[in-house]
Write a protein of this length. Structure first.
Length: 120
């Protein structure tokens, strides 16, 4: 699996530059969710979402590499890995099979691959 080009960034990049680096469509959302880390459960807010992962707002700090479970309201759970954290924003990379991700969020949010991603 290729590494995330945003993972080791040192300087901020524009939203357009970030979108060009992503392989999947990312949609802005404002969805309540729960994040499970071991036996701990935290309320969080999903602020953007793709078939590859999510950016969430979480009051509690979690370190890069932590394995978590994201429970979107009215949907099933998705397993994920924390790939970055900046303040209260945390980036997750989904680790479930792609079909499970599509089945979980595809009906509520169209996340088809971008044409440039399909040709890559």
């Amino acid at each position: 699996m290729a590494s995330d080009p945003l993972e080791n960034r040192t300087a901020p990049i524009s939203e357009e530059e970030a979108a060009a680096l992503r392989r999947t469509v990312r949609k802005r959302v404002l969805w309540a969710a729960k994040l499970a880390h071991g036996s701990a459960r935290f309320d969080c807010v999903v602020v953007d979402l793709s078939l590859g992962g999510a950016r969430i707002y979480l009051a509690q700090p979690l370190g890069k590499g932590e394995i978590v479970t994201l429970k979107l309201d009215q949907m099933s759970t998705l397993r994920a890995e924390v790939v970055w954290q900046e303040g209260h924003s945390i980036g997750l990379r989904f680790t479930d099979e792609p079909q499970k991700i599509v089945d979980t969020i595809g009906a509520r949010l169209p996340l088809a691959p971008t044409p440039s991603a399909a040709s890559a």
